[in-house]
Design a binder for this molecule. Structure first.
Ligand SMILES: [Zn+2]
Length: 342
């Protein structure tokens, strides 16, 4: 999914079946693959010993929307507190060393402190970056989609699906869209979801840039975090860097990370905004951020259109239709008073 900008109409929401989504090129949940996934590439294998990250070296090249990746690191299919979505193409799980390490560390922190089920990670980038199906960005190893932690019946942790969540944090996994009897009622797992965010935000080595999420879910998370013992700087950063872009992101987060200082020297380019704390970090490292490079004419990845997704979704029962109608109420939310979320 994309940062704020022109809305690129594309639809794609999937639970076990395709539901639908107004996506700017970011399909959230377990999309049934048209072709069987290729064999999973070899990944970093977390074991009892901590991973020696100094053995990895990656470079994020050019822009998130028009770039590539050198030395991309594959996210493990499974690690303590984390899994790559088994419904996604395993070739779409490469990122920079900094981002992959940060995701593994955040999943592991939630697992250690709160238990529950692993966080579900959707697409990162391809091994060498470049255009990737269903996304406009995700090209340079610094973008990743992550499903929310969720609670199912009896408030127990449940494997995450790409369901929409409303202002109360309630959602439904519709499964068969035409059959109301198989619906599973969900609740956003706010404590675990918040702790995952907190871990990413507090990771100074990785430097998260953007948290794209629906305005009403941002409010739920922020209200919760304010009741917890959270450092003021973490709260401020979350409040400043979380935005609802053109696609509402009520079913997953899209995270973007800044270029690592070493990568800037190799041509990694950051979108705006560059926050004061990031400017300071770069200054200390003796580098200046590079502005986005002019877009090149390149082959574009295929984005599913509204009509295609709606047709693929097939018939829908009244409850699904009702949700889609309610959802229109939060699709176009402004970012009140937040200078970084224009
Ligand atoms: Zn995305």
């Amino acid at each position: 999914m994309e940062p704020p900008g022109p809305v690129m109409h594309a639809y794609a929401l999937f639970t076990s079946a395709l539901i639908w989504v107004v996506a700017s090129g970011c399909s959230p949940a377990q999309k049934p693959l048209a072709t069987p996934p290729m064999e999973a590439p070899e990944s970093v294998t977390p074991g009892p010993q901590p991973i020696d990250w100094s053995a990895f070296e990656s470079v994020s090249v050019r822009n998130p929307n028009d770039g590539s990746l050198r030395g991309g690191v594959p996210l493990p299919l499974a690690a303590p507190g984390l899994r790559f979505n088994p419904g996604r193409d395993p070739n779409a799980r490469y990122g920079t060393v900094e981002m992959v390490r940060s995701l593994i560390d955040a999943g592991s922190r939630v697992h250690r402190e709160l238990g529950g089920l692993p966080v579900t990670i959707n697409d990162l980038s391809r091994e060498h970056g470049g255009p990737i199906p269903h996304h406009r960005s995700h090209q340079s190893g610094r973008d990743v989609d992550v499903l929310f932690y969720q609670l199912g019946p009896a408030g127990k942790p449940i494997e995450s699906v790409g369901a929409f969540f409303d202002q109360t944090g309630a959602g439904v996994d519709f499964r068969d869209l035409a059959d109301p009897s198989d619906d599973v009622y969900l609740q956003l797992d706010i404590p675990r979801t918040w702790l995952f965010l907190q871990a990413l935000i507090e990771d100074d080595e990785a430097q998260l840039q953007d948290i794209f999420v629906a305005e009403h879910l941002r409010t739920l998370l922020l209200d919760y975090a304010r009741t917890q013992d959270v450092p003021a700087a973490t709260l401020t950063r979350f409040a400043e860097m979380s935005c609802q872009p053109g696609y509402p992101h009520d079913d997953h987060f899209h995270f973007r990370f800044f270029c690592a200082p070493d990568d800037i020297k190799e041509g990694c380019r950051d979108s705006q905004p560059i926050y004061p704390w990031q400017q300071q970090k770069l200054k200390a490292a003796g580098v200046r951020p590079l502005p986005l490079a002019p877009a090149r004419k390149r082959a574009k990845a295929k984005i599913v259109t509204h009509e295609e997704a709606r047709e693929a979704a097939g018939p829908m029962d009244a409850e699904v239709e009702r949700w889609l109608e309610r959802r229109k109420g939060w699709v176009d939310q402004p970012h009140p008073g937040r200078p970084y979320c224009r």
